[in-house]
Design a protein around this ligand. Sequence first.
Ligand SMILES: Cc1cc2nc3c(=O)[nH]c(=O)nc-3n(C[C@H](O)[C@H](O)[C@H](O)COP(=O)(O)OP(=O)(O)OC[C@H]3O[C@@H](n4cnc5c(N)ncnc54)[C@H](O)[C@@H]3O)c2cc1C
Length: 446
Amino acid sequence: MSKYIIIGGGLSGLSALVKLSLQGKDVTLLERNSYLGGMVTTRVSDEYVIEKGPNAFMSTYKSFEELLTLLEMNDQVIYNIPGKSARYIYKKNKIHRLPEGPSAFLKTQLLSAKAKIRILAEPFCLRGPSEESVYSFGKRRFGDEVAKTFLDPMISGICAGDYEQIDIKSMFPKLREIESEYRSLLLYLLSFKKNTQKKSGDKKRVFLSLKNGMGSVVDEIEKKVGNQIIKNCDVVDVQKENGKFKISSLTSGDFFADKIIFATPSFVTGKLLHVIDKELSDELLKISYTDLITVSVGVDRKMIGHPCDGFGFLVPRKSGIRVIGGMFLSGIFEGRSPKGKELIKCYIGGEHDKEVILLSDGELRTIIEEELRALLDLRKIDFLDIERVKNAIPQYNLGHKAIVENIERLLTRAEDFSIAGNFLYGVSVDKAVECGFSAQKKWAYL
Ligand SMILES: Cc1cc2nc3c(=O)[nH]c(=O)nc-3n(C[C@H](O)[C@H](O)[C@H](O)COP(=O)(O)OP(=O)(O)OC[C@H]3O[C@@H](n4cnc5c(N)ncnc54)[C@H](O)[C@@H]3O)c2cc1C
């Protein structure tokens, strides 16, 4: 029987492990840390539910849903609290509610009258070049003001990236598809809204999470297949010897395998593949990552002026504010904070603010206190948890599509290894799971 080794115990590696175990394969997963899940970990502190990475998933995430079904965890799924769906964007010294309907749109102070009129010209736009940044795409279709007001903070919120560098096709492939198929995003949106509203009466219940936090999916995997996992196992070298892989770790010695799934970040996979496939290694090493700090802020309801009545707020870069945005986690899901308290998860750092990761906890606390006072009228912090996440999110910058195509081409000649991770097809938990599932598919018939 072939021996399989998976390197990396984040969501992509764990998803591959679940599938291979179900097929009865002889498989072992090696994880560097003393804990599993990579970016996905949940802790409870002073009754606040603290998520290091992901807080939520969407109702459209099919692979993540499949993983939950395989783990028999569907009864753990919770939905966003209905009626609390507001989103806020910062402009001119305050946060404004994002307009949800045509009359709110006409009244919003987020855009000038000129920008609102410019949006109406979108159906007459010409198609763009084959490679284009998110900013350039937005400006071409909706005008400069719309791009600056909405797309800049949106990209910060999704991947902490620079919207003048992020490739629209890699980040939002659907948008480019709609553009080439329907010509106008606006007309597509209007017809899509009409159709889905007819079909679904509960359109606001789009955000989902797990009752005990996103980390409970990792706990469940560990419960079910933990005997096939070795933690504290930092893989430092992979070589091929007599037709078999020799995988060397710092702490647990050597392992031998017939097939490997590399489910580590691209800069680690690139290094490990250096001897086996130099060309592939070089492509992987081209992908860059950004650092991010998450600050979970607990506050007594009486100590905050803002109602925290929705998903959260985003702040465009170059606004003089260092906080990228915040999610009103206690407003989105039940049970995320003690009674009478709010939990707001803020983000700082990313491509526009690389030095912030060097600041001390005290300096970060001061920034958070001052900026949340101005943004949300927050007068006293009850609880503060700071997490520095190095290499938090891969950046799908211009050129990313070509890198992925090269990786795909080079992988077709690799019969005995494959790769998975959120640096290929999307940064969501769904894409990480999908990638883990597909990485093992090439041997599913064996
Ligand atoms: C702050 C933040 C918020 C997010 N929020 C959301 C959200 O709300 N919704 C959503 O859908 N997605 C969100 N994401 C994205 C999502 O969490 C990730 O895309 C996903 O978890 C990545 O999984 P992965 O397995 O590809 O990578 P990782 O989680 O990075 O896993 C890689 C694993 O490899 C291990 N490893 C590295 N080197 C070695 C080595 N040499 N030997 C052995 N093991 C090694 C690492 O320790 C790690 O466990 C968020 C991410 C971050 C950082």
